[in-house]
Design a protein around this ligand. Structure first.
Ligand code: GDP
Ligand code: MG
Length: 293
């Protein structure tokens, strides 16, 4: 009998959710960055073993909604929690004791699914810190999404809690998301790497054309920002920065597709797009009910 179900990874921005998902699925599906909150929509990865299939949801950070974008992120995170068969509550162990999930997320009730407390970044802990955390949270799983420590035990604990079920997806699938989606995430990741802290939340990427019927593959991507000043930063002096961005993004896209890529890259200003629900939906953000146009 096989087991199969939805495993939702939740935690504060920067806890290492995307890194864990990538390690579990063994492929670069969800973008990671030292800048918080780069994952705005839930990304589905699929891990299939002999007896079990985990359908993994990455969640945007659990934040207080300050403006439409953050409330969309929160809406997506709460939805992923509701759909879960198992919840992995990931915390940065180096930050000390995590608060209970319901409190951290401002939930009125605990999710119905079992919650596994996962203390990530164990590689950063001293022996004393670790012993103190282990005494306080005897059920916690210590892992390092970077080194892979604790991964097998965690996987076994998850599988034991999944419902008995036939596989929900083909065993070969790693994700239900389209190539275009991942391509746009990688271009956005490359853009974020070029930018200072103020700008990242203003960046959205759209793949306008993705042609696999030619060599190199032809991909036309647009990086949208909110202000002219941000566009100037992205273009750089004599276009130096946009050239570097294009090069870095192309390397990522070639790793994703396994083929040479011609990247046609544009930067456009869409004033205050983060406050415009219709534009956010066009970019694929799932809006909370009250933000829908
Ligand atoms: P997310 O916001 O929860 O998705 O976090 P990310 O996966 O983007 O990771 C945030 C940062 O923490 C990145 O710089 C990661 O490389 C780093 N990180 C993630 N997991 C670990 C870990 O186990 N050990 C260490 N040392 N760093 C980690
Ligand atoms: Mg992330």
């Amino acid at each position: 009998m096989t087991r199969s179900g939805i495993v939702t990874v939740v935690g504060k921005p920067n806890a290492g959710k995307s890194t864990l998902l990538n390690r579990l699925v063994g492929q670069k599906l969800s973008i990671t960055s030292p800048k918080p909150q780069t994952t705005r929509d839930r990304v589905v990865g699929i891990l299939t073993t002999e007896q079990a299939q985990l359908v993994l949801f990455d969640t945007p950070g659990l934040l207080n909604p300050k403006y439409a974008l953050q409330s969309a992120m929160r809406g997506a995170a709460l939805e992923a929690l509701r759909d879960a068969d198992v919840v992995l509550y990931l915390a940065d162990a180096a930050e000390g004791s995590p608060v209970p999930l319901a409190e951290a997320a401002g939930l009125s009730a605990e999710p119905r699914a079992p919650i596994l407390l996962v203390l990530n970044k164990a590689d950063l802990l001293g022996a004393g810190q670790r012993a103190a955390l282990a005494a306080r949270f005897p059920e916690a799983h210590f892992i390092s999404a970077v080194t892979g420590e604790g991964m097998e035990a965690l996987l076994a604990a998850v599988v034991a809690r999944l419902p008995e079920s036939p596989f929900l997806y083909d065993a070969e699938d790693v994700s239900t998301q389209s190539m275009r989606f991942f391509a746009s995430e990688l271009v956005r990741e490359a853009a974020l790497e070029q930018l200072e802290d103020e700008v990242p939340y203003s960046v959205a990427c759209e793949i306008e054309e993705f042609r696999e019927d030619r060599t190199p593959l032809y991909i036309r991507a647009v990086v949208h920002v909110e202000r002219e000043s941000q566009k100037r930063i992205l273009i750089g002096a004599k276009g130096a920065r946009i050239r570097e961005l294009g090069r870095a993004a192309r390397v990522k896209l070639e790793a994703l597709t396994g083929a040479p890529v011609y990247l046609d890259l544009w930067v456009k200003v869409l004033p205050n797009w983060r406050r415009k629900p219709a534009i956010m939906e066009r970019f694929g953000y799932r809006l909370a009910q009250e933000d829908r146009p």
